[in-house]
Design a protein around this ligand. Structure first.
Ligand SMILES: C[S@@+](CC[C@H](N)C(=O)[O-])C[C@H]1O[C@@H](n2cnc3c(N)ncnc32)[C@H](O)[C@@H]1O
Length: 285
């Protein structure tokens, strides 16, 4: 199992109900902690998408952090959120109601690897958003062809991927040898970052820009959810590294992930989230 680049691990077809809830929680924490980045990204989209989009499609929406951000950014837009997981969509509807945008967000449970039928009914779309999603597809080229078909000419597709899993700890944690997080990442990251330039070109889109977002937020900038987010991310990585770490590192992680320990991730005040996300902006000519 690889954990590279994907905050939610392998989801979609592999999601069971319970794990979908845990993934949804992780994605919601991700959006809460990285809110400054999400605001920058949607603000940038507002500059690129003119006139302001009125029909938006969120592919692989998960619990809807993207749908909500887009509904807030584009106040007169209708958002169609599509996901294969009913648990994710249930969560999304609850969040949409809590945020007062339920009347502008429609959820569709659908396998985006299949031929689109109902999805087309909300289009043609002005803006299509696919965050941490395309790499889940069995046949991304087939899906990108459908994205193209259901987008209005001049509309834009924003594809975002996580380049590497977030990091949180200082080099010296005060527990075990320096560098436990780097070794944890080395043990679990086995694949290069996802790249979408060629598939987007092949589908007929014009790539306007490929933009990396370098994110580095301290506790004040990231807000109170940082500890929970770090704990959840690092526990997830650690759960995949048992066979790859030596005894010293396994002991250090026992301390770092024990919320009752004074040096644990849950209690430290020196966490900083560092991660990189890349967004491709592709326009239908
Ligand atoms: C890593 S999550 C990303 C969720 C959301 N876009 C975000 O950024 O928080 C990937 C999502 O894609 C969904 N998914 C995976 N394969 C799918 C498929 N074939 N059709 C529709 N949704 C799929 C999963 O259920 C999951 O909610």
């Amino acid at each position: 199992m690889t954990t590279h680049h994907d905050i939610a691990g392998r989801t979609g077809h592999e999601s069971a109900g319970g794990s979908a809830v845990a993934m949804a929680q992780l994605l919601e924490l991700d959006a809460e902690v990285l809110a400054p980045y999400l605001a920058e990204l949607t603000g940038w989209l507002a500059e690129l998408a003119s006139p302001a989009p009125v029909r938006i499609l969120d592919l692989g929406s998960g619990p809807g952090t993207g749908s909500l951000a887009l509904a807030h950014r584009f106040g007169s837009a209708a958002v169609t959120a599509v996901d294969i997981s009913p648990q994710m969509l249930h969560r999304l509807r609850k969040q949409a109601a809590a945020h007062g945008v339920a009347d502008r967000i429609t959820t569709l449970e659908s396998d985006l690897d299949e031929h689109w039928t109902r999805i087309g009914e909300g289009g043609p779309y002005d803006l299509i958003w696919a965050a941490a999603f395309l790499h889940h597809l069995a046949d991304p080229a087939r899906t990108l062809a459908q994205v193209y078909e259901h987008m209005r000419p001049g509309g834009i597709l924003a594809v975002t991927e996580m380049d590497f899993f977030p990091r949180f700890l200082p080099e010296d944690t005060g527990t075990g040898r320096p560098g436990p997080e780097a070794r944890l990442h080395a043990a679990t990251n086995t694949q290069p970052p996802h790249g979408w330039t060629d598939p987007l070109n092949d589908a007929g889109f014009t790539i306007e820009v490929q933009r990396p977002f370098e994110i580095c937020l301290d506790r004040t900038e990231a807000g109170p959810a940082l500890s929970d987010y770090a704990q959840m991310c690092l526990a997830k990585l650690r759960s995949h590294a048992t066979d790859a770490l030596d005894a010293d590192d396994l002991a250090a992680w026992d301390v770092l992930l024990d919320p009752t320990h004074p040096q644990s991730v849950a209690r430290r005040d020196d966490l900083r989230v560092r991660t990189t996300r890349t967004t491709w902006i592709a326009r239908r000519p």
